[in-house]
Write a protein that binds this ligand. Structure first.
Ligand SMILES: [Zn+2]
Length: 120
């Protein structure tokens, strides 16, 4: 479905519909320019759903529940930092492996023709 008006204008999405009562409960965005950070997430309409609270075992309207804001930017920044660290480790390991291989080749060349275990 492509939206032509409202907040989802220009977005391609699938509607999330309750199988029991056929009520539209939310959507999943597939392509979006301004809402790209919501792509692939299940977005639910708070006024259409109820929540079961695990801590109190109470059932309440979602519109009365305060959901903590999750900052994707923070997660992405942490992920980028980890990615840079892993990249640096891999580069260091590649460098060490190249040095090891070079030493092995040098050793093999200098040991040619000598019986195994022979040293000067
Ligand atoms: Zn329903």
């Amino acid at each position: 479905m492509v939206c032509v008006e409202g907040d989802l204008i220009g977005c391609t999405y699938n509607t999330l519909r309750c199988q029991s009562c056929q009520l539209d409960m939310g959507f999943v965005l597939y392509s979006a320019k301004s809402l790209a950070y919501l792509r692939g997430l299940f977005c639910l309409f708070k006024d259409k759903i109820t929540c079961y609270l695990l801590q109190t075992t109470a059932t309440v309207e979602a519109s009365k529940v305060t959901c903590p804001v999750v900052s994707l930017k923070e997660h992405v920044a942490k992920l980028k930092k980890s990615l840079v660290q892993v990249h640096m480790r891999i580069e260091l390991l590649i460098k060490k492996l190249e040095e090891f291989n070079q030493r092995r080749i040098t050793c093999e060349e200098s040991c040619k023709g000598r019986p195994y275990g022979y040293t000067d």
